[in-house]
Write a protein that binds this ligand. Structure first.
Ligand SMILES: *[C@@H]1O[C@H](CO)[C@@H](O)[C@H](O)[C@H]1NC(C)=O
Ligand SMILES: *[C@@H]1O[C@H](CO)[C@@H](O)[C@H](O)[C@H]1NC(C)=O
Length: 343
């Protein structure tokens, strides 16, 4: 599709989210109905144009900025106010059921006195309560912007954006392999796309006043800094690498992705372990960074490595690998990760 067409379709998404025109009302009544625009499937008997619009949702998500204020416009579970994603995409639909909070509830339900107040009734909800801490709550209305706070959608800006063609995706199997842990895979995927709302982006969006890294290293936080230029996270990744029997120094983020893509092909035990280890590291670094934003302390690298090890080991347990019968390399990996021989 031509870039200009796609920019115009992005404009329709923008209208759908922000306007009440006849076309928007018609779409809501006939195409969206009781569902959320963000969850509609792209398959089934839908028109070509509507399908193209749905396909552009992910591009739109990278640029939409939802600001939660004093209204009840945004769906708690299905609108992408949560670091550019919806809670149901990040945590899956089970989190809704586990929470006991109705599917139709609005974001207001978890705000009290201008503070986030999720009930701590499940590990996911406790985690969400951490992760929402750096999402500001506005004292005005619920609003949606494009690109940065205060900016409306401009077709020309969108056109410039979609004109840059996407590079081929070589790392798909690094992220979406069959043994993945879904929360970790999602977090890694965002990190590879550069789509985490790191502090440098929050600063550009006008949401915070300093991009300073939360691990006190004195540098500004960006995706590359977090993975793994920061001395704190670098130490964690370096320990994880040696647990994987990989003897090399830590590379830059794009080089790490490249290296891991090249050295994790297939489903052999050491390869799967590497993939799980990378995703778990990115996930736990990101979680620790969020905890740091909320609490005033952070755990020592060894404690993070321990969390990574537990997650990876619990995923590998029960897989049919006979660590005792296989070679020494497998055996030493099993020992490092606390995975004992299975059937
Ligand atoms: C939530 O899960 C329980 C137990 O698995 C099930 O009985 C119930 O119907 C579910 N509720 C919803 C709203 O899906
Ligand atoms: C961090 O970012 C700010 C604002 O862009 C800049 O002024 C400052 O020099 C940066 N600090 C470092 C250590 O790069």
């Amino acid at each position: 599709m031509k870039a200009w067409n796609r920019a115009l379709l992005l404009k329709l998404i923008w209208n759908l989210l922000t306007e009440h025109s006849l076309w928007v009302q018609w779409c809501k009544q006939h195409l969206i109905r009781k569902h959320s625009f963000w969850n509609l499937p792209t398959t089934g008997s839908i028109s070509w144009a509507w399908r193209q619009i749905l396909h552009l949702r992910n591009i739109a998500l990278c640029h939409l900025v939802y600001i939660c204020g004093r209204e009840d416009k945004f769906s708690l579970w299905h609108d992408p106010w949560f670091h550019g994603r919806s809670i149901s995409t990040v945590y899956g639909h089970r989190v809704i059921n586990d929470s006991g909070i109705a599917d139709s509830v609005r974001v207001q339900a978890v705000i009290a006195n201008d503070h986030w107040c999720w009930l701590a009734t499940s590990p996911d909800l406790i985690e969400i309560q951490y992760r929402v801490q750096d999402i500001p709550i506005s004292t005005s209305t619920d609003r949606i912007f494009w690109g940065s706070v205060g900016q409306p959608f401009l077709t020309k800006k969108a056109w410039e954006l979609v004109r840059e063609s996407a590079p081929p995706v070589r790392w798909v199997n690094l992220v979406w392999h069959s043994s993945r842990i879904s929360k970790h895979a999602f977090c890694l995927w965002l990190a590879i796309l550069g789509a985490h709302r790191t502090r440098d982006k929050l600063l550009t969006l006008g949401l915070i006043h300093s991009a300073c890294c939360l691990f006190n290293c004195g540098e500004n936080e960006s995706e590359h800094h977090l993975f793994f230029e920061c001395p704190y996270t670098r130490q964690i990744w370096s320990m994880v690498l040696s647990k994987c029997n990989i003897r090399r120094s830590v590379l830059t983020w794009p080089q790490e992705i490249q290296w891991m893509t090249d050295h994790t092909r297939g489903n052999k035990f050491p390869k799967v372990l590497r993939k799980l280890a990378l995703a778990a590291t990115v996930y736990h670094v990101w979680m620790e960074r969020n905890r740091r934003a909320f609490k005033n302390s952070f755990l020592p690298p060894t404690a993070i490595v321990f969390k990574i090890q537990c997650d990876v080991a619990s995923k590998m347990v029960g897989k049919e690998i006979n660590l005792d019968r296989l070679d020494e390399h497998y055996h030493s990996l099993g020992i490092s990760w606390g995975i004992t021989g299975t059937v």
